[in-house]
Structures are given as C-alpha cells and as structure tokens.
Design a protein. Structure first.
Lengths: 155, 465
C-alpha cells in the first residue's frame, strides 16, 4: 500500500495542483440520461488525485436528496426521462441543473430522433452549461467553479 | 465472409451442423423480413447464414445456442420478429410496465426482490438490476438495460457507409476505437477493400492504446469494488496518464476521430512516437509496481477468490467473450486471427489458474497489459503513417468485422443495397457478456455484486446503442 501512496504523492507533486481557496461547497448528483459513457469516465476522474475536485468544495454524492446540483450527461432518451424527472424532484430547493457535455446540450445529436425526448433543456431548466465531447475533468471543474464564483459575486 | 441463404424449414439443422463443426455464435440481426446469424470458427472466415421469416416468424436456436438469447429478444422488440420455440420470449429493449414480461419468475419462502437503478449511487451509466434474493444470497438477477437506447443502428439506414462511422464509434466512448475499426472492417469487406500495412499498423496502435487505458481503469474499478481506496486512486491516476498520452497522439483523450472507413485518419511523427514510447515505458513500470502492491494487499486478495464464478461450460454456452471468457479457460482472442490488423504471432493470454472468478478476471487484465506494453513499444518504434486501402475483391452485399475490445470480441456487420446501408449491426463484447455476468452473480452474496460487476466492467452504452 505504501508504494501506491508514494506513487500518488509523486503524481500530486508532479501535477502541482494549486490549493482550492473556495469558501463554499457544491454537492453533485450525476444522472446519465443517455450518454456514450465518455462524460462518466471524465466525471469519475475529476474526483481522483490527478484533478481532486474536492479541494474546491465540489464532490459527488450518492443521493439527489443530498445534492445541490443535478449533473446530467447525454441527450435525454425516452426510457430515461421519467427517472431523470424523479431524481430532480427528489432534490431539496434551491436546486441547480448542469448540462454536462455536447449531447446534454443538444449539439450534434447522434441516433434516431424518435428515441429522444430532446436535449436537457427540453426536460429541465438548465443553469450550468459545460460543453465538450466529452468535457475534460479540468473543464468540468472550471465551469462548476465559474458558476460558483458568479453566484458568489451576484448573490 | 459469405452470406448463405437457408430455407426457413432447414434453419435449425443448418445452424446445428455448424455448431457441431466447432463454430461459435457471434451475432444475430434482423433485416427487413429476414434473420441473420453470424458464426465463427477458429482459423476460418466468419460466415453469415440468413433465412426469411414466414408470417413474421423464424425458428429459434436458443435451446441449443443460449448465446443467441439476447439477439433474438432484441430482434423481437426492435424489429418485430417472432421466434418459434423461444418461450417465454422476455422483453429486452421494450420497457413494459408489467414485471412478468421481463423478469425471471422466482417464487418460494423468504424470496424478495431488490431493485437497483436505473440511477446508481456512483458515477455510473444507467441500467436496472432486479435481484431475487433469500437473505443476502442472490437466487437470480435480471439486468434490464436499453435505458440509453438511441436508435444508432436505425439512424444508419439509407445513408452512405462512410458517413455512419461516428454512429458505431460513439455508441460507446470506452470502446470507440474497437467499434470504429470493426465497422470500418465490415464496410471495407463489403466494398472489397483491403488495408495496407500502414493502415493495419495505425489501427492496431489505436486499439492497444484503448486497451491500455481501459485495463488500467478496470483494475482501479475493481479496487473500488472492494473499497481499497489507495488502489482505486493509484490506477485512476495511471489511467489518466494513459489518456493524456491518447490526447497527445490523436488530440482526443478517448481517441475519437482517429479511425475512418476505407482510409487512414491518424499519423504520428518520429519525435512524437519516441516521446510516446518513453511515456509507455514509464507508465508500464509504475503500473507493474502498483499491480504487485495489489497482489500483496491481503485485504484485497481475501475478497477475490471463489467469488462470481463463471465456469468454462457456462462461459462457452452463454457466449462470453474477452477477459471474462479467457479467465474461465476459453482460449479465444480475435487478435490472434485478425489479418486486417498488425498482430503477427499474437497468442491469447491466460491466467495462472483459469478459475473463472473475480480473481482470475482481475489477474487477466494485468497479464494482458504486459502484451499491450510490448505491442505499443514495437508499434511506436517508428513513425506511424495514415495508410490506405486498395481494391482486392468484388463488392458484396454483406460485410462483417470482428475486433477484440478490452471487454471481448465485438462484431460489426453492414448490409448494403445500392451503395447505401440497409442494415448496420453492432454487437459488442459487453453485449456478449451481460448474460454471463447475470449467471456469475447467481449464488453469491448481494454485497459482493459490485465486485462481480466491476470484474466484468461491462459498458451499457454500446449494449443499448
């Protein structure tokens, strides 16, 4: 185990991630509404030591009831629409919806239109837009932090 | 590859004769009112048999080829084909409200159901698992997928074959290269094209880069399955290094856009190849050291042995593929028979003990990584040119490509009519393995399921399409 920890320490020092000096937090609940699994891979990596989303007060939580943000990937398929709405309504208010990736944003949709309800916009009110195919872990963290900073200054 | 039309009345006998000769079922698909089955035998070309539906029905083969179960259920749900003798023909892609339409009937004292998904607790793709349990013991598992069905195959209908590669590629990010290369092979076979040496080398390099980051990811995911955070984090960091290498070589962390149908689409210059080779060497040294740590981590090893066993018989009957099948002693890897790629002298990996359990599936990834490091070292020894294809045969109506993904043999098939796609079928390694995963979970404890699930680490996206 010590070899693993030393390797991680080396990774961390090589990347030299700046300390996150953010005095607030966001709990994220991810829902895959019909993605290709690329966005999931990148969100997964964002919470590991190479990116360390947690240092900015951002973390993924297991239940929508614990979440501030619904982080949705993929254009919304007909078979996922009901579960997505259920997750949204299970969240406490105020709640925020983030469209993660080009599919969720409705760009260049691949497939048969009849299998989709539409882009995330067509199903839920979208507050944060994170473009990319898929967005990199850096981009995911950057957009969430920019939104946090925006609310911090205006709110 | 050839398409052999069989009289519907003789369908079962024809398939049975090929199976008796040692052929394996590798995919089925409906096109119009016809039904197709692809069969593969070691050392021989994949063959495709076809028969016409009579009153919308064809005879089932699922009683002696259980591996065809999901293909027949899907053809029924998405193409309205009936299968005489497939009883009960449970819903697969159609999400009926009535649980009896898709669940295994389980009855008895103390049996209860545990429903999980489609939304899971972590950052995971959407899909539903229905467990039937007594206490904590799993009696049966019905996976219900297709929540992410996007109609990707239907979207190809009537379009030109070159245009539809993104549909296959983006069916799944983690198998993007495999899907794209399998599709390109299918199209090239139908158009009578053969890839030159450069193209074979370039695509093989991409396939091994894909295997590298996926196997590193899968070992990390298994650590997560047993709650061993140092392993999860170390392998996640290693996977990220592999993906940064992907980006450096192709401009994309998942290697999107580096494959085209009928042509090359990817080059590496000399200095970049040298640098990449050095990165792979450093990565392999660190990954091997990390793997040794896992081998000596008692709290990890104690969880792996004898859990989620898929034995040789079940793996063969259910048509399991890739590391899951090899861990059960099925000596099959499409890389050893891929003349359209650059795998000269390739020998399929096998674990020290083909026990078919979580331990064997995990170890197999580490063993296969060694082959991948060697292949990458060789492939990156010189600059990589784009390559091209040349006309080598007469065009034909059907083309099939089979490529080994990190999860097993993936089949792509295209049927052309007047130069347009009449049918595109993508049957990935994950698709082949889902029934095997459900089988392997049976008899185990429910809390071990995340571990069993991670040891297969199947995609949902390329199954649902």
């Amino acid at each position: 185990m010590f070899v693993l920890l030393r390797q991680l320490a080396r990774t961390r020092s090589r990347l030299a991630l700046p300390r996150g000096e953010v005095p607030h937090s966001l709990a994220l609940r991810h829902v895959d509404a019909g993605s290709c699994n690329g966005c999931e891979h990148e969100v997964g990596l964002a919470t590991t030591p190479a990116y360390d989303l947690q240092r900015f007060g951002l973390d993924v939580v297991a239940s929508p009831r614990h979440a501030d943000v619904l982080l949705v990937t993929g254009a919304v398929t007909t078979r996922m629409a009901a579960a997505l709405r259920t997750a949204y309504h299970a969240m406490p208010e105020p709640r925020v919806v983030a469209a993660l990736g080009d599919c969720a944003l409705g760009c260049g949709l691949l497939g048969d239109r009849a299998e989709f309800v539409g882009a995330l916009d067509d199903v839920l009110p979208v507050d944060i837009r994170i473009p990319g195919c898929p967005p990199t872990p850096d981009a995911i963290a950057g957009h969430l932090l920019a939104w946090l900073d925006g609310t911090a200054t205006t709110g | 590859m050839s398409l052999e039309r069989i009289d519907t009345g003789a369908w079962r006998e024809a398939i049975a004769a090929h199976i008796g000769d040692g052929a394996r079922f590798v995919g089925g698909w409906a096109v119009g009112d016809e039904w197709r089955v692809a069969l593969s035998a070691a050392g021989r070309e994949t063959i495709v048999l076809g028969c016409r539906a009579v009153d919308g029905r064809v005879p089932t083969i699922v009683d002696f080829v259980p591996a065809a179960g999901w293909d027949e259920r899907e053809a029924h749900d998405l193409h309205g084909l009936g299968f005489d003798g497939h009883e009960p023909l449970r819903a697969l892609a159609t999400h009926a409200a009535d649980a009896a339409a898709w669940m295994t009937p389980v009855d008895g004292d103390g049996v209860h159901e545990v429903a999980v998904g489609p939304i899971h607790a972590g950052v995971i793709e959407s899909g539903h698992f229905r467990f039937h349990v007594v206490g904590e013991r799993i009696l049966a598992l019905d996976p219900r997928l297709f929540y992410k069905h996007r109609g990707l195959e239907r979207a190809a209908d009537g379009r030109s074959p070159e245009d539809c590669l993104p549909l296959a590629q983006r069916a799944c990010a983690a198998c993007a290269v495999t899907n794209a290369v399998a599709y390109a092979h299918a199209v090239e076979e139908a158009l009578g094209l053969w890839p030159d040496r450069d193209l074979r080398v370039a695509r093989t390099l991409l396939l091994e880069l894909e295997r590298l980051y996926n196997h590193l990811h899968d070992i990390g995911a298994l650590c997560a399955g047993v709650g061993f955070a140092p392993g999860t984090m170390a392998f996640a960091a290693l996977k990220d290094r592999a993906q940064r290498l992907n980006e450096r070589l192709t401009g994309h962390r998942f290697l999107f856009g580096a494959v085209a149908a009928g042509a090359g689409a990817f080059t590496v210059d000399g200095p970049t190849a040298d640098a990449a080779r050095e990165i792979v060497r450093e990565l392999s040294a660190d990954a091997s050291a990390a793997w040794r740590e896992l081998e000596f981590a008692t709290s990890v090893q104690a969880r792996l042995g004898g859990v989620g066993v898929l034995d040789h018989g079940a793996a063969t009957a259910l048509g399991a593929a890739g590391p899951a099948a090899r861990a059960a002693g099925v000596h099959s890897d499409v890389r050893s028979e891929s003349p359209r790629l650059w795998y000269g002298g390739f020998v399929a990996a096998s674990p020290r003990r083909a026990t078919g359990d979580v331990a064997a599936r995990m170890e197999l990834r580490a063993v296969e990584l060694e082959t991948t490091y060697e292949a990458l070292d060789e492939l990156l020894a010189r600059p990589v040119a784009a390559g091209s294809t040349t006309r080598s045969a007469e065009p034909r109506s059907v083309g099939v490509g089979r490529v080994e993904s990190p999860r097993g043999a993936t089949l792509a098939a295209v049927e052309l009519a007047h130069g347009r796609i009449a049918r595109m079928r993508l049957r990935t390694g994950s698709y082949a393995n889902w029934p095997a995963l459900a089988h392997a979970a049976t008899g185990n404890l429910l809390p071990d399921f995340p571990l069993i699930n991670k040891s297969f680490e199947l995609c949902y996206a390329c199954v649902d399409r």
